[in-house]
Design a binder for this molecule. Sequence first.
Ligand code: IPE
Ligand code: IPE
Ligand code: MG
Length: 263
Amino acid sequence: MTNQSSSTRTIPEVSIVPRHIAIIMDGNGRWAKQRFMPRVMGHQRGVESLREVVRACRDMGVGYLTVFAFSSENWRRPADEVSFLMGLFIKVLEREAAKMHRNNIRLKIIGDRSQFDEKLRIAMEEAERLTSGNSGLTLTIAANYGGRWDVMHAVHSLLQDHPEWGQSFTEDQLQPYLSMSDAPEPDLFIRTGGEQRISNFMLWQLAYTELYFTDTLWPAFNKIELEKAIASYQNRERRFGRTSEQVQQISAQVQTDKGTTRA
Ligand code: IPE
Ligand code: IPE
Ligand code: MG
């Protein structure tokens, strides 16, 4: 169930370290091509970047990291690249699940699994089950995921459970049916690889997320690059529809209250 507030219904608290970071890991193919290697070598190298970013997030106290690994549109790619990616997912899940568990990481997978073959579905379920009780970083991998799919799937599930809501339902009633209902909305979105688009990732949840784009290709992304993104986030003024003056007044008030408490 959900205990997370919605950025459009209430004003969320802003934390210095993002509670939730969402990443589109893009640029693997180009990274490999620059090195005269087959595209898939970029995917392979991209796993190392993910490992480094997971570790850095855990060390910094980021609560949730959500990464886009395969979009609902990526089936349009050449068959051999798609099948390499499927094989890589299985290998990574089988190889990393125990390590994640030792590191207290909770793994979740979002997206439509019905199109994956059984071996991959089993590897996903087992990794999720093994790590489900962990209390450290929640790593969510979006696979065969699309933001529109997520919203449509939520609406269909809601109507199945509550046909009587067919006439009208509220945002709060829909929220628990969305993929990321148990996580706060992302504070920071990062897209590597130079493109400045969302590519159907977390359309609903990114409503008030700070967006950060970098030309760095995903296999070259590392802890230092992540720190740059977070530093950029820390320089933003998150207004959630209010004026800058209002936001500054509130933060001045918070500072005064802190002073009073201490005295
Ligand atoms: C992102 O890298 C990984 C997936 C989409 C699976 P790309 O494979 O899109 O790399 P570029 O954008 O072609 O360089
Ligand atoms: C987005 O990257 C999806 C993933 C990183 C998994 P794409 O490379 O598929 O996005 P487009 O096609 O450039 O928008
Ligand atoms: Mg790409």
